[in-house]
Design a protein around this ligand. Structure first.
Ligand code: GLY
Length: 567
């Protein structure tokens, strides 16, 4: 990052060329929603509004977190959940930073080879669809842990509008109706009957989820343990076992959310704080940013050939390390310090050349002496007190395992697929795993979720994150760079076309219609393989940027129904 004037020149010349994004029609560097004091940006308008409602009642970001997360569970069953897990990264108004891990866990009865047949081959779909794919859910533990430690309001006040929403219903969007239709047959196959969400639902219809309203009411009345040892736990386990799950009441009783030290690193004048293992997000993001920092991306230009080359080559190297070194820190030793050290990362980029790609086959993990689709969801909150949170939460695949607990009103995750069932075999997101991420009872599966908070010169600057499986890390990366290196507004930064490389397969995924043919041909001429088909969208980023005058700009990705609401 060198010259702000040059940035603006480049920005306006590429706006004039109108090839910023044929797909996204980003024609001017316009600001997103602006608010004076506080903001919530999430995948659904209702969830953002409920978060803001809680803030207006005097709640803080952690109260709004609980309300927003549960409102997403009501309105966005695609990824919002009670049956999944997630990660929180926060920065308090006084600058204190922290992270909360409420990732799912492998059940006590799980085994390393549980997804392999007698010949050692992965049994298709067992870790992705139905009851065997489910990890012990962490979401309710997570939102209670965060809210009870830092929140200001009582749980009943926080959950009241969410329960009303579940009872009164939400209006189905066009995107949502299409998804219900697309997934109808698999819902029927897994559940052996039609569920609440089905192909008869049309855009504009109202869905009332009374079962979920009752579940939330019990949780509101009895607290966290209602989900882990109360009536809800008993109903859930009895349902899961009737479907062949190995999850027991003991699994639920033993579940705990864990406070973790987040990963923090510097890039230029930014301090970036992101999620630590069992998410690979923070380490991977840090590795990529530190590998690209010596290069003058600002000079090369936004989404320009050289910029893409540098970023792609750093991504390959970081994802190769991810595959080998990362897993649940309670089970494996992770050489975090070395993986993020300048010496190690300079060495990793030693064989980088603008002349030709480094083939992924030549890029194993680095040597140190001594690891999607859009099925996750992210929300960002800044409150009127100056606290900021970044939360990414997931069922893993769309609607998780597709198994729907009808009596309780929610889907169960298929997070077990984020383990490496067989080292060397790609998971749903095509990520290759190693021993560090093998299955063991009570172990947490490796994630890519990258809820991130950025400070500039010691002050809160941005809270950002996204769904997107393996593309989460690279989408967060590009959004930060779009603001910091290329001067884009928060809104344009989240809307700009994105690309992605994850080491294997050795190809650059690019959003179709987001990049001009000349650039694609130049990359191909250098020897890169381009895949424009794999990912119609890469990430769905929601972020908040603190502007120079202290106001907040929301970036709500228009790839989805995402909405920023503030006051
Ligand atoms: N299940 C997506 C992730 O955790 O990265």
């Amino acid at each position: 990052m060198k010259n702000r004037f040059l940035t603006l020149l480049i920005l306006f010349s590429f706006i004039a060329c109108k090839d910023v994004s044929k797909q996204h029609k980003t024609e001017v560097n316009t600001r997103g929603t602006i608010a004076e004091k506080a903001m919530v940006v999430s995948a659904r308008k209702e969830a953002s509004e409920i978060g803001v409602q809680i803030l207006k009642l005097g709640g803080n970001a952690f109260d709004a977190m609980m309300a927003t997360e549960m409102a997403l569970a009501v309105t966005y069953p695609y990824a919002g959940n009670l049956g999944g897990g997630g990660f929180l990264v926060f920065r308090l108004a006084d600058g204190t930073k922290g992270a909360l891990d409420y990732r799912e866990k492998a059940p006590l009865a799980s085994t390393k080879n549980m997804y392999l047949d007698d010949n050692g081959n992965v049994i298709k779909n067992l870790s992705t669809v139905g009851s065997m794919a489910i990890g012990v859910p962490g979401t309710i533990a997570g939102i209670f842990e965060a809210q009870q430690k830092y929140g200001k309001l009582d749980v009943k006040t926080v959950l009241k509008p969410v329960i009303e929403l579940a009872n009164n219903g939400f209006v189905v969007t066009k995107r949502q109706a299409k998804r219900f239709a697309a997934y109808d047959s698999i819902f029927n196959a897994v559940n052996k009957k039609q569920i609440l969400f089905n192909k008869s639902i049309k855009a504009g219809d109202t869905i009332r989820n009374k079962a979920l309203a009752h579940t939330l009411q019990r949780i509101s009345d009895h607290g966290r343990n209602e989900f882990y040892s109360g009536k809800t736990a008993e109903t859930l386990v009895s349902f899961l076992q009737s479907e062949g799950s190995i999850i027991t009441l003991e699994d639920l009783k033993k579940y705990e959310a864990k406070w973790r030290n987040p990963v923090t690193f510097e890039y230029d004048d930014l301090t970036i704080t992101s999620m630590s293992p069992p998410s690979s997000g923070g380490i991977c993001l840090g590795q990529i940013m530190k590998m690209i920092e010596p290069f003058d991306l600002n000079d090369y230009g936004h989404n320009a050939l050289k910029t893409i080359q540098v970023i792609i080559e750093a991504e390959k190297r970081a994802y190769a390390d991810r595959s080998y070194y990362l897993g649940d820190p309670d089970f494996v030793d992770i050489p975090t310090e070395t993986l993020l050290s300048d010496v190690y990362l300079q060495d990793r980029m030693n064989n980088f050349s603008f002349e030709k790609p480094t083939p992924s086959d030549d890029l194993s993990h680095g040597n140190i002496v001594g690891y999607e689709s859009d099925e996750t969801t992210h929300y960002s909150i800044v409150d009127q007190f100056g606290n900021a949170i970044a939360v990414t939460t997931t069922l893993n695949g769309a609607y998780g395992s597709k198994l729907y607990a009808e009596e309780l009103g929610f889907f169960l995750n298929n997070e077990m697929d984020d383990f490496s069932s067989k080292p060397g075999e790609p998971n749903y997101f095509g990520l290759i795993g190693a021993e560090a991420n093998s299955i063991a009872p009570e172990k947490r599966m490796l994630s890519s979720m990258t809820p991130t908070i950025v400070e500039k010169e010691g002050e809160l600057y941005m809270t950002v994150g996204t769904p997107g499986g393996s593309t989460i890390i690279t989408s967060v990366l590009q959004t930060i760079l779009n603001v910091h290196e290329f001067g884009l507004t928060m809104q344009n930064a989240v809307d700009a076309p994105r690309f992605h490389h994850q080491w294997l397969p050795d190809e650059i995924r690019m959003e179709p219609n987001g990049f001009d043919d000349k650039l694609i041909k130049e990359l191909e001429a250098l020897g890169y393989t381009i895949n424009l088909k794999r990912s119609p969208v890469i990430g769905k980023v929601d972020g908040i940027l603190i502007l120079d005058n202290g106001t907040l700009e929301g970036g709500a990705d228009h790839r989805g129904d995402d909405t920023a609401v503030g006051f």
